[in-house]
Design a protein around this ligand. Structure first.
Ligand code: 6PG
Length: 240
């Protein structure tokens, strides 16, 4: 078995009694990290994932009193749809996170009208690269197929987006389980973040994680790319 297929992960898992309890605790951890970055260099960057899991976290985070005007929020990945589309992660972030005190944050979308998916990804990458990288906080979810971000099994550019040396910060990817074509941060942007959180809920995802932590190819369960390459400990937050 090739070394990249061997399981090694630097993780710490914290379990909570409920999603609400997890949301409060994780929101505070993220807020503390962002405030420390602002204190240290006058600004902070946060990349969040879409899906259904993070909604309660977003609401809890939006209410915390930090210097949101110094925070840039962007997305870990986005569907190739406009911000008004019901499947837009930009729309999700606007509805649940960029509210209350967090309404003062700067938001950097991945979707744009630059052209085809590759042109859109290239334009988004330019904006991401203009940020003060690495990200202070990246919040990931995970699908039951073992994808994270838009690193989907069978993805058209999966080898590129999960390459630790990928030269691009954002790429387009299409995959059987992804619906629309997607835009995704690539592995280097995720694994060099100061705080990497994998937020999962439910017993099914706990068992998917256990499989992902075992030996096997990244291509089979692409979340393995993050678990095995993260330069800092991956903080796993789980609730039933
Ligand atoms: C997306 C997300 C994706 C998500 C997982 C889990 O755009 O869909 O970024 O990576 O985190 O699919 O989604 P749920 O939280 O809905 O299970």
């Amino acid at each position: 078995m090739r070394p990249t297929d061997m399981a090694q992960a630097n993780i710490r898992q914290t379990d909570f009694g409920s999603g609400a309890e997890l949301a409060e605790a994780l929101a505070k951890k993220i807020a503390d990290r962002l405030s420390a970055a602002i204190a240290g260099r006058g600004q902070a960057t946060l990349a969040v994932s879409g899906g259904s899991t993070p909604k309660a976290l977003f609401v809890a985070l939006s209410k915390l009193d930090i210097k949101w005007s110094k925070v840039t929020v962007t997305l870990v990945d986005e569907r190739m749809v406009g911000p008004d589309h019901e499947r837009s992660n930009h729309r999700l972030a606007s509805l649940y996170l960029l509210q209350n005190r967090a309404a003062e944050a700067r938001f950097l979308p991945l979707f744009n009208r630059a052209g085809d998916a590759d042109a859109v990804a290239a334009a988004a990458a330019q904006k991401i690269d203009a940020l003060a990288l690495p990200f202070d906080v990246v919040v990931l979810g995970m699908g039951t197929d073992g994808h994270t971000a838009s690193f989907f099994p069978g993805g058209s550019t999966l080898a590129d987006v999960t390459d630790p040396a990928c030269p691009q910060s954002v790429m387009a990817i299409e995959a059987p389980g992804a619906g629309e074509p997607r835009l995704t941060l690539t592995l280097p942007r995720i694994v060099d973040a100061g705080l990497i959180v994998l937020h999962i809920e439910g017993d099914e995802k706990q068992s998917v994680l256990a499989r992902a932590l075992a030996d096997g190819p990244v291509a089979q369960m692409p979340v393995r790319a993050v678990l095995r390459q993260a330069k800092t400990q991956v903080e796993i937050y789980w609730a039933p």
